[in-house]
Design a protein around this ligand. Structure first.
Ligand SMILES: [Zn+2]
Length: 307
């Protein structure tokens, strides 16, 4: 069965200035790499709807959603935090990025697609319940998780986050939600300069010191993520897929390879095959070196399709 590929033209229109690393070319890098390896035409292509207020407010307070809408500029850029800006197209792009995750959840849980990848921006995992930060506005993976829980009636969801930065937003949202197991690996120290403790059965945090490579990453996944995932037996596996821990990405000092992203995807699919009828939904987070982003995302999506 096909893998769904969900995106929207508006995700290319969100801009935070000419020099900003979180730029529209990132989405093209993923699509170009999929074309180059022959995978693009094998995917089931979908245009993302807008997330509705009801879907967003399962994660974010209504006042937060309204405040972001009100801060959307008619022209120029609105400053959100030292790294994060809104342009006139940002709010619509953010609605589509969250909406892509809603559609992907509906497609996979209805059996219309086996797995899904959302090629969207702005990313989401730094967005807390009521704080936009770190290039993120709505927490896309959290919107998918709450949709699966509230709309589809699932009871246990795993979120895997291998972006090089701690997904502080996802942790803020789910820390007290026992229906969700969050497994993270990230460089520490590194922005956002947080290293919260592991909470057994709920939050599995694997900080990796600068300079860590494949061996340390794979050991963390094998020793900490996989036993927790087997015990939790998720009914759906969501992935916050950031590719900025790659050795070629100068956003961090980890040294992961394209093969590591293929490997961790295979492990995630294995968990899903054993417990979740194979269901995996992945959404793009970071990844700022266009070459390694494209290659790593294509390797990731190839494993979603084949593993
Ligand atoms: Zn990141």
């Amino acid at each position: 069965m096909a893998v769904a590929f969900v995106t929207h033209p508006h995700c290319h229109l969100h801009r935070m200035g000419d020099e900003h690393p979180e730029r529209p070319a990132r989405l093209n890098a993923v699509e170009d790499a999929l074309h180059a390896c022959g995978l693009y035409d094998l995917l089931q292509h979908h245009e993302a709807p807008r997330a509705t207020v009801e879907q967003l407010t399962r994660v974010h307070p209504l006042g937060y959603v309204e405040d972001l809408a009100n801060r959307s500029p008619a022209e120029g850029l609105t400053h959100i935090d030292p790294d994060t800006w809104m342009c006139p197209d940002t709010f619509e792009a953010a609605l589509r990025a969250a909406g892509a995750n809603i559609l992907a959840t509906d497609l996979v849980l209805s059996g219309q697609a086996a797995r899904a990848f959302c090629n969207v921006r702005p990313p989401g995992h730094h967005a807390e319940r009521a704080v936009a930060m770190g290039f993120c506005f709505f927490n896309n993976v959290a919107v998918a998780a709450r949709h699966a829980l509230e709309q589809h009636g699932l009871e246990r969801i795993a979120i895997l986050d291998f972006d090089v930065h701690l997904g502080n937003g996802t942790e803020d949202i789910f820390r007290d939600d026992r229906r969700v197991l969050l497994c993270s690996s990230y460089q520490y120290p590194l922005w956002p300069d947080l290293n919260p403790p592991t909470l057994p059965g709920r939050v599995i945090n694997c900080p990796l010191p600068p300079g860590s490579g494949s061996e340390a990453f794979r050991a963390a996944v094998q020793q900490h993520w996989l036993p927790a995932l087997e015990a939790f037996a998720p009914q759906l596996v969501l992935i916050s897929a950031g590719f900025d821990a790659h050795a070629a990405d100068d956003m961090s000092h980890l040294r992961l390879t394209t093969a590591d992203y293929a490997w961790v995807t295979e492990e995630a699919c294995g968990v899903a095959d054993r417990h979740a009828q194979g269901r995996v939904i992945s959404t793009l987070e970071g990844g700022y070196d266009l070459g390694s982003l494209g290659a790593s995302a294509a390797a990731h999506i190839a494993k979603l399709a084949l593993a």
